[in-house]
Write a protein that binds this ligand. Structure first.
Ligand code: SF4
Length: 197
C-alpha cells in the first residue's frame, strides 16, 4: 500500500505525486521505492480527502512538509488546498521541498499564491552554474532551468518567511560556490547527504 503521509522526528511528510520537473542523477527513487520503510511509489495520485485522511492518522507533528517521491508544486492547486486546510485545522507550520521549477512549469510566478499558507520553501539549488545543474538535474528546460531556480529563490525570499537553498553533497560539487550563490540570492544554505542507494 503506497504511503501518502509519513513522519520523521517532529515532521509529517506528504507524498502527493511521483511526477517531477527534473530528473536528477542522485534521485533516491532511482534506487529505492521505499524511504524509511515507506513505499513512496504511488499507483494513483491521492485526492484532497485522501491526503487529509492520511494527515489525520498522525498526532503531535510540528510541521507538515510537502516532499515525497516527486515535485509537489506540479500539483499546485492541491498543494494550496491542503496547505490552507493544514493551517486552519492544525495550526502547524508548512514547508515545501521543491526543485524550484514551478514558475516554468506553470508559466507564471506562483510564489504570491503561497503567501500566508506556506512558512518555508526549501529549494534544491544543487549547483553553482548552469552547466553543473544540467549535468546533475537533467532539466527538461535546459539551462533555463538553472536560471529559473535562482529566480525562484530570489522571488521567494521577498515573500516567504523562510527560504533555504540546498545542495546534495555529490562527489566533485563545489559546495562553497553553491553556498556563496545561495547567500547572494538571500536564502540560507543547507547541505544534504548523498544517498547512494
Ligand atoms: S527533483 Fe527531487 S524527486 Fe525530482 S528527480 Fe530530482 S531529486 Fe528526484
Amino acid at each position: 500500500m503506497p504511503t501518502i503521509a509519513y513522519s520523521i522526528r517532529n515532521s509529517l511528510y506528504l507524498n502527493i505525486t511521483n511526477r517531477c520537473s527534473n530528473s536528477c542523477t542522485f534521485c533516491i527513487k532511482i534506487n529505492s521505492r521505499t524511504f524509511h520503510d515507506n513505499d513512496l511509489f504511488l499507483s494513483t495520485e491521492p485526492s484532497f480527502d485522501e491526503i487529509m485522511a492520511a494527515i489525520d492518522a498522525f498526532k503531535d507533528f510540528e510541521e507538515v512538509v510537502f516532499c515525497g517521491y516527486g515535485e509537489s508544486l506540479i500539483r499546485l492547486e492541491m498543494v494550496k488546498q491542503v496547505a490552507e486546510a493544514v493551517k486552519r485545522n492544525y495550526f502547524t507550520s508548512v514547508r515545501i521541498n521543491t526543485d524550484g521549477q514551478a514558475n516554468l512549469v506553470h508559466g507564471r510566478n506562483i510564489i504570491p499564491e503561497l503567501v500566508g499558507i506556506v512558512d518555508c520553501l526549501s529549494v534544491s539549488l544543487n549547483a553553482a552554474d548552469a552547466e553543473t545543474y544540467m549535468r546533475l538535474c537533467n532539466s527538461p528546460f535546459g539551462e533555463a532551468g538553472f536560471t529559473a531556480v535562482c529566480d525562484f529563490i530570489r522571488l521567494a525570499v521577498a515573500e516567504i518567511p523562510e527560504v533555504i537553498a540546498s545542495v546534495v553533497r555529490v562527489p566533485s560539487l563545489d559546495v562553497d560556490a553553491c553556498k556563496t550563490l545561495a547567500l547572494s540570492l538571500g536564502a540560507s544554505f543547507r547541505v544534504r547527504s548523498y544517498y547512494e542507494g
